[in-house]
Design a protein around this ligand. Structure first.
Ligand code: BDR
Ligand code: CA
Length: 334
């Protein structure tokens, strides 16, 4: 049983105007699914995309992102290259999950006419956030290096950030380590900076991320589509983590796209406002998001006093059917 309160994102979702959003990604099979959805959802105004090293190297992330935007039929929106490695750690790709090209080795073509802008990701983020007529919702679906650099370089951007909804962290079990999720583990210091940004933050962590799947029959229909964006979504959803399953009839995970669904349709995500801290210590807990779900203080606080900790809306439950339907309706509507 959760004592969760209504997701505060729901207030934002009630506005009639599209929500201005910027995605910071490491495209990435599921980042690609997120981009396809964001481009096609009428309630979202995707104003820019920034790229960071994560699933693959940052130049490949830029190429993949441009290719996906081409396939999605996206308008001409700015895409920028960002950090090539985390703040302290070396870059550690995830090609065993996302393939050598980061896109499931689907043999996708290089981007045609679309190119990255000639400013770096931090500069683009600052420009687009401050230029937006309404506060922007940032959606990082990748290691948080670009966002940390932005917050440290241009702290004034927070005045025009509505909230940050990030895919990362885990309340219970990790994937990169037993307790750490990949995006936070890849750059723990950056994630710690994000949590103390001083703007409302929603954590779309592994606990909800791993649950949202699209049935195999829908994946097959998408793959047979004559429309290139829907077909790409099907091919990406059919991509499997080789160690997870070899069953061709397994459902397809939305992954990062679920975080974008949570912005477009906040009522599908149940959250609770909880203290969250990133473990920066070397050793087995490094990169863990320590979420305090205790009902009362314990001996640590009784003996040593309380410490200031970031309060984060943590995703604890998700309406799987609702988000799967929302995803399909959105990417199949052109
Ligand atoms: C996260 O790591 C990446 O591999 C995925 O794109 C997702 O953002 C899940 O841990
Ligand atoms: Ca990602």
């Amino acid at each position: 049983m959760t004592t969760a309160q209504p997701n505060p994102l729901a207030r934002q979702g009630s506005t009639a105007q599209p929500i201005p959003v910027i995605i910071d990604c490491d495209t990435g099979v599921d980042d690609a699914l997120a981009l396809l959805f964001a481009v096609r959802h009428p309630g979202l105004d995707l104003r820019a995309v920034t790229c960071v090293a994560g699933n693959t190297d940052v130049d490949q992330v830029v190429r993949n992102t441009l290719t996906v935007l081409d396939r999605a039929g996206a308008p001409d929106l700015p895409v920028a290259r960002g950090a090539a490695r985390p703040l302290i750690e070396p870059a550690r790709h995830a090609s065993h999950v996302h393939g050598q090209d980061g896109m499931g080795d689907l043999g996708l073509p290089a981007p045609t006419t679309r190119t990255a802008v000639d400013v770096d990701a931090v500069t683009l983020l600052r420009r687009e956030i401050l230029a937006s007529p309404r506060p922007v919702t940032l959606i990082p679906t990748a290691p948080l290096t670009n966002i940390a650099l932005l917050l440290r370089t241009y702290p004034e951007v927070t005045r025009n950030i509505e909230r940050i909804v990030f895919m990362g962290g885990a309340v219970t079990t990790g994937n990169a380590t037993p307790v750490a999720e990949f995006n936070v583990w890849h750059d723990p210091e950056a994630a710690a900076i994000l949590l103390t940004a001083g703007v409302p933050i929603t954590m779309y962590g592994l606990d909800v991320f791993e649950r949202v799947v699209v049935p195999a029959a829908d994946v097959r229909r998408l793959r047979a589509s004559a429309e290139p964006g829907a077909r790409l979504a099907g091919d990406l959803l059919a991509h499997r983590h080789p160690a997870a399953t070899t069953d061709p009839d397994a459902p397809g995970g939305l992954g990062d796209a679920g975080a974008v669904c949570a912005v477009a349709d906040p009522a599908g995500l149940t959250t609770e406002l909880l203290p969250v801290e990133v473990s920066l210590a070397p050793g087995p807990t490094r990169g863990q998001t320590v979420v305090d779900r205790r009902p009362r203080h314990g001996e640590s606080e009784i003996h040593h006093g309380t410490r200031e900790q970031a309060l984060v809306e943590v995703g604890l439950d998700v309406d799987v059917t609702r988000y799967a339907r929302l995803y399909l309706e959105t990417v199949e509507t052109r």
